[in-house]
Design a protein around this ligand. Sequence first.
Ligand SMILES: [Zn+2]
Length: 84
Amino acid sequence: MTCDMQTWVGAYVLDALEPDETEALRTHIAGCSICQDEVVSLSWIPALLRSVDLEGIESLGCTRRRAPAGRAARWRCCSAQRPR
Ligand SMILES: [Zn+2]
């Protein structure tokens, strides 16, 4: 089963919605078992994001590219990979 509101749950758990949207979704989730399950299945994401520090983020994209040492150089490496 799916719910039309389900796609908003990801933004909800990341606290990325406007306050009125958050309130509307919270009300919906209280009465929707599908979205409740979605919240549970996504609830590890905010905790993961809080646990990742800057060094961890840098290491995700740049270790294989043998980026030069130094934080500034590594950030240039990261930004160069972004699509324009
Ligand atoms: Zn729902």
